[in-house]
Design a protein around this ligand. Structure first.
Ligand code: APR
Length: 244
């Protein structure tokens, strides 16, 4: 009897064209809190206040209060084994694209080449007045931090009530519609439009494999109930056995 890992690995080798949709759960083992699972950010802070574009425009210190520390320490956060496993799978021609909801930049830090950050990234910070760009660790002190011109600084991330970057969304939609397999990793799949991507893939004939510590996408064809940092390296090991 094939184990679930053997089955999933065989499918990925057979079809390739795997597109990943990752969420905060893939970065949990890098020490970055998730949003909605145990100890998540939204347990402590109401996103309708602390991550709303409307509120940011009148009181940016709310957002900077919850994100300032992370941004200052942006370079210290490192990818974990799950991110590295995806780099291996991209190098083996199995993963074609990584669509991430995460703003931590860890997929790019790990070395993934085809990455679309549909909620943007904390890496780049812009002045809302003069558009000067700052990189995360260079952000000046102050609450909220301000540009030399006096303008308020905002990370290049999508707050609630903001449009997603159109080009990124178009890429995500195209990759979801044309993949053979969508690998869901560590997402509660509740925030749209990202949450529509797995159904979009399924409607276009893709098989859905979910890796999560609790089931979030009931329509998944395969569910691996495991931490991403353990599951992804196991999938890579099974694939290497098949391709030996
Ligand atoms: N391995 C795998 N999955 C995990 C792990 C882990 N080590 N730890 C937590 N998870 C799972 C949780 O079970 C949950 O399903 O990761 C998921 C995290 O869900 P959320 O915290 O809701 O994060 P995400 O799905 O990325 O949120 C989507 O919501 O607030 C917005 O913009 C924000 O991009 C974010 C979006």
């Amino acid at each position: 009897m094939e184990t679930l890992y053997e089955e999933v690995a065989a499918l990925m080798v057979k079809f390739k064209k795997v597109v990943v949709l990752s969420g905060a759960g893939i970065s949990a083992e890098s020490g970055i809190p998730t949003f909605r699972s145990k100890g998540g950010l939204w347990e402590k802070y109401d996103p309708a206040i602390y991550a709303s574009f409307e509120v940011f425009r009148t009181d940016p210190s709310k957002y900077w209060k919850i994100r300032g520390e992370f941004i200052k320490n942006y370079d210290k956060y490192q990818p974990n084994q799950a991110h590295s496993a995806l780099v291996d799978l991209e190098g083996m021609g199995i993963v074609r694209y990584v669509i991430t909801q995460n703003i931590d930049g860890l997929h790019k830090k790990a070395g993934s080449k085809n990455v679309v950050e549909i909620h943007g990234s904390l890496r780049e910070i812009y002045c809302l007045q003069c558009s000067k760009e700052y990189l995360a660790p260079e952000v000046p002190d102050g609450m909220p931090p301000r540009c030399n011109c006096g303008g308020v600084l905002k990370p290049n991330t999508v707050l609630f009530g903001e449009q997603l970057p159109q080009e990124a969304l178009a890429t995500a939609l195209h990759e979801s519609a044309t993949c053979k397999i969508m690998l869901l990793i560590g997402t509660s799949a509740v925030v749209y439009p990202a949450a529509a991507l797995p159904s979009h893939a399924k409607q276009n004939g893709a098989r859905i494999i979910e890796v999560n510590i609790e089931k979030a996408f009931p329509e998944a064809d395969y569910f691996i109930e495991e931490k991403a940092g353990a599951a992804l390296p196991r999938i890579v090991a099974e694939i290497k056995l098949i391709c030996k």
